[in-house]
Design a protein around this ligand. Structure first.
Ligand SMILES: Cc1ncc(C[n+]2csc(CCOP(=O)(O)OP(=O)(O)O)c2C)c(N)n1
Ligand SMILES: [Mg+2]
Length: 282
């Protein structure tokens, strides 16, 4: 593990799980960004990935299954000074949380979403998730009779301002992408390919090592059409990197009357102002 201020405790994950690389890299990145634990809120829903906030020394919130995004957005609304990071699974993000995924992206709230994508429901022992490979491609185990969900393509279509993919087995790449995502002003999605060594015997470390490659150096992350095309590329070759990043007004920036730089929790309630307001309706 790591010795940054964020390191907290032993975990209940299976030895060898890709989540260990994610928590170690994340805690290092938070330290590198000179953040202290009281400035960071980590949010999850339900699942193995969603437990990450319980294993890091920072503010944490565990929501209901599929509800990590609304909880994190609510926290950012009332305290914009917090660095809010969602760490949760592919099922939690794209299945149970699918509707929240679509509509919170559209708001462009300044939060970071790390989706630990092991292509299965890990906590409940390996059922098919939205991102499981199609049946017929995977030789055994969970597979999709439905069309597999393409998180990057959907996020781009919904208007995400930062869309990326990395692989937990490539820590250098993951650290670079995590840093860029946290620093991005607005909603940032990073789909993290994360082997589940217990219940996904197909999408293993070796599998992702063989099938992933990095987007070329000349790739233009400012071009939505190219990003849409490249985000559809998911088969024998899986691209990693920042597919799309643009600066657009965040939710807070679009409401300067409310979000004027002072976090809402630090604003003092004025009884006189409230009485004057209510007086208008008397
Ligand atoms: C509303 C609801 N439906 C189903 C469940 C059961 N359940 C708990 S975790 C989970 C899947 C988690 O999968 P994922 O989000 O991919 O996380 P992982 O465990 O793979 O990291 C399910 C279906 C639940 N707790 N609540
Ligand atoms: Mg999962």
């Amino acid at each position: 593990m790591t010795d940054t201020a964020f390191y907290s405790t032993e975990t209940a994950w299976c030895p060898g799980c890709g989540n260990f690389d994610i928590v170690q890299t994340l805690t290092n990145v938070l330290g590198d960004l000179q953040l202290s634990p009281n400035q960071v809120l980590l949010v999850g829903g339900i699942g193995q990935a969603a437990k990450l906030n319980q294993y890091v020394n920072a503010n944490g919130f565990s929501g209901l299954h599929g509800r990590a995004l609304p909880a994190s957005v609510a926290a950012k609304m009332v305290n914009q000074a917090l660095t809010v990071i969602v760490d949760t699974g592919d099922g939690d993000s794209y299945g149970e949380g699918g509707n929240h995924f679509l509509h919170n992206i559209r708001r462009n709230v300044d939060i970071t979403h790390f989706a630990h994508d092991n292509q299965i429901y890990g906590l409940t022992k390996g059922q098919t998730s939205p991102t499981s490979d199609p049946c017929g491609v995977s030789p055994s185990g969970a597979c999709n009779l439905s069309k597999p969900f393409k998180p990057l393509l959907v996020a781009l279509a919904a208007g995400a301002t930062f869309v990326a993919r990395t692989f937990s087995g490539n820590k250098e790449h993951m650290a670079k992408i995590m840093k860029a995502a946290i620093l991005h002003k607005g909603y940032a999605l990073v789909d993290i390919l994360q082997p589940c060594i217990s219940f996904n015997k197909v999408n293993t470390f070796a599998y992702y090592k063989e099938h992933t490659y990095e987007l070329e150096a000349a790739y233009d992350a400012g071009n939505l059409e190219t990003a849409l095309l490249r985000s559809m590329e998911y088969g024998p070759k899986i691209p990693l990197g920042i597919f799309y990043q643009v600066e657009m007004p965040t939710y807070h920036q679009q409401r300067p009357a409310i979000y004027d730089g002072t976090p809402m929790i630090d604003k003092k309630a004025s009884v006189a102002q409230l009485e004057a307001l209510l007086g208008q309706f008397a």
